[in-house]
Ligand binder design. Sequence first.
Ligand SMILES: [Zn+2]
Length: 289
Amino acid sequence: MDTQCGDLSAQSISNNYSTTAPPEPVHSTGAHRTEGDENAGGFGELTELPIEINERRPTCLCCGRPQKVCLCPFMPVRPLEVSTCLYIVQHPAEESRVLRTVPLLAACLPPEKCKVFVGRRFNEERNPELAAVCRDPKTLVLYPGSDAENLEDMKVDFSASVHNVLIIDGTWSQAKDMFHRNALFRLPKQVQLNSSISSQYVIRTQPTNTCLSTLECAAITLSIMEKNKAIEELLLRPLRALCSFQLQHGAQVHHSKEHLLRNGIYDKPMPTNKRKIKRMEQLVSNSTL
Ligand SMILES: [Zn+2]
């Protein structure tokens, strides 16, 4: 993905991707697991694992956080009233990561306005509800690229009727794979955020400064479509609290890779892979900051 959507980083060690889990909601965010998802496998991104390990601590059913660090005090008292429906398609590795933002988002919105579908491959037979949403002309897919229109610039009165927004939740490469390998996701009109704001989600390394977490994407999208800036503030409050808590407890501020490279403080061994080096160089030279 290019700039905005998608959390980036690692998955936890103790994942258990069931191949036979039911397609019904499996946890408090109302996530649907897609049958047939094999083990997502791979531990290549463990180097970016956040400070917490996926332990079996009592979890708050509302925000999905461990009870000791429950973020509910930072959530809106009542679910936010919005007309737009969010459909989050979540890579299976995201579901089990510790520092994920979608449960926070889901906890701030009415359940019918934020539906989470877990899986990598979606089709008409297995996912009729999602397929119908993708075929709905009032559905947008948030995925940046040359074919995407800036949401801020669209001359559409989103308040005139209920719109749906499809958001892919996964790492950069997971989201790219999911967008290109699921024909359904390319049916809706493609939109992107024209925002230049930096991610506030500083405890995970984002590839560029303007790369936003799924929660940030959703917050900005909703504030634009609902014409209500307060929505963005309310949705970002629990994220700020989460970052602040993590930082107080020893998490390092993760500047984006771009920031680290630009300032000569990227401390990981430089890759030997030429393609990776080129990509890192592009990150620096393409920067408009
Ligand atoms: Zn909570």
